[in-house]
Every structure is written in C-alpha cells, then in structure tokens.
Design a protein around this ligand. Structure first.
Ligand SMILES: [Zn+2]
Ligand SMILES: [Zn+2]
Length: 278
C-alpha cells in the first residue's frame, strides 16, 4: 500500500507534498481549499504549477483530495442541494487542474427523505461531474461511513446502489475507511477483514476500491459513531493495519491516516505499520 496521511495545506497547496515526504508518506490526502467555507477562490496558474512541481520533486505517488464536509449531495433542501452541487463541481474542477488522482466524498445525509429518493439524489448530483472527471484522469470515490444520524453509506449496499444508478461509470469508485466500517458494524478482527473486503467488492464491483482510510477507533462495534484513534491505540489494533499494508491486491492503492495526533503522530504510526522502529 502507498501509505500516507491527510496533511495540511496551510501556507499554500504546494507545501503539502513536502510535509508528506517529511514524515514518510508515499501518498497524501489534502483539502484543495478551506473546507469550512462555501466560497471558492479560483486557482491561479502559478499555484497549480507550484503544486505539480512540489509533488514531482517529493515523489508523492498518489494525491487524493477529501471534499468539504459542507457538501451534502443528498440534501432535500433545494437551496442546500444547489450550493452542494456547485461546490462539488468546483472541487472536481480544482482536482483536475491540480492533476490529483481522486476526490473522496461522503455520500451525504438523507435528513428525513426515504432512502431510495436520497440515493437517487446523490446519483443526480454526481452524474454531471463524472465525464469531466474521467477526461481529467480523476476518480470520484464514495466513502463508507459509520452511519451516524441520517448519513448514507454505512451499508455497502447503498454505495453499490449509487454506482448502479450511474451505470457503473468508469470514473466512480469507493474509498474504504476502517474506523467507519467498524462503527457501521463490520467486524474487521481476524478473518473479518477478508470477509468485509470481499463483501465490499461483491456490493460495489471488482476494481472499484481505489483508496483506504486507515484509522483505529475506540467506539463500540456497530455503534454508528465516527471517532478516530491513533493506529494501535484502538479496538482495531496494529496487526490489522499491518495486514492491510501487506495485502498484495492493495499494493498500488493509497492508504491514508486520518488519525488525531498530527505530523508527529503520523510519522510514528507510519513507521509502526511498516514495522520499523520508532
Ligand atoms: Zn471522510
Ligand atoms: Zn475517512
């Protein structure tokens, strides 16, 4: 697996690859903009150039972006839906310009809508973006969730259904988050890991998994809570992450830490997963 972490872009996008390299990342995840706001400042040519050069120089093999948490592609409220779709389109555009490999997003929250209607709305939100993504070499990845509140995507079937509604568009795939799967009730301990990954593949189709989020967690199995713990300090445990890292079929995929201890913690956790002394 190409291990990495969600690194900061403070001071400019071009700072991210160096930050990743410094702590031993082969892949990184970033927000391409301030993810707490709706407004989007256009990317300047020099920003794009600086980022691409930094990535090349630091030898970061995969760069994925996480979409803003403000986006709800399933929003029943027309105003919120419109804003979400515009922001998502802007994020896809930025990712393509920066030459990123994938944009990860949560499917959304249905609020009080019936499930089927909500999934159709997510598909309708994504449909206009996928051809552009494909042309730009960008994968759009739906992340599995812990299923807190009315959030979609805790059940792999829901991810599969969105893929089906979009006729399995080639630019569409999934990102698998270990902590979210656990929160959603998928037991990853022992043989549970193989079983869960097989289950995911059977629901979303072969070759659809393009990214993993490696997070430990201390919430109870199936609690529908989303809380991340440092690798090896949660109920999932270090052996699980070592096993994932060594899985041959996942060798070319980014495995991104979103754990809470920042640069220092990630450097240590990346070494732990790789089996090196810290
Ligand atoms: Zn996420
Ligand atoms: Zn995640």
């Amino acid at each position: 697996m190409l291990l990495g972490a969600h690194v900061s872009t403070s001071g400019g996008l071009e700072k991210a690859p160096g930050r990743g390299r410094e702590i031993g990342c082969d892949a990184i995840q970033v927000f391409t903009r301030n993810q707490r706001t709706w407004s989007v400042k256009p990317l300047e040519k020099k920003e794009i150039r600086a980022f691409r050069e930094a990535r090349e120089k630091e030898g970061i093999r995969k760069v994925v972006s996480h979409a803003s948490y403000l986006v709800n592609a399933a929003a029943p409220d027309p105003e919120n839906l419109k804003k979400s779709r515009a922001l998502l389109a802007a994020e896809v555009d930025r990712c393509v310009k920066l030459g990123l490999d994938a944009l990860v997003l949560h499917p959304g929250a249905r609020i009080e809508d019936p499930l089927k209607k909500a999934l159709e709305r997510v598909a309708a939100s994504l449909r206009p973006l996928l051809d552009k993504a494909e042309k730009g070499g960008l994968m759009v990845l739906l992340e599995n969730t812990a299923g807190q509140g009315s959030v979609l995507g805790a059940d792999f079937d829901e991810l599969g259904e969105i893929l089906d509604l979009l006729e399995g568009h080639p630019a569409l795939g999934v990102c698998f988050d270990t902590a979210h799967a656990w929160g959603a009730g998928y037991d990853l301990r022992g043989r549970g890991l193989e079983k869960t990954l097989k289950d995911l593949e059977s629901r979303v189709g072969k070759g659809r998994l393009h990214c993993l989020h490696l997070n430990d967690t201390n919430v109870p199995l199936g609690s529908r809570k989303d809380r991340h713990a440092p690798i090896g300090e949660g109920l999932l445990g270090l052996p699980l992450f070592r096993k994932l890292h060594k899985t041959r079929s996942l060798a070319s995929l980014p495995g991104i830490l979103e754990t809470p201890n920042g640069m220092e913690g990630w450097e240590k956790e990346l070494k732990l997963i790789r089996g090196r002394k810290t």
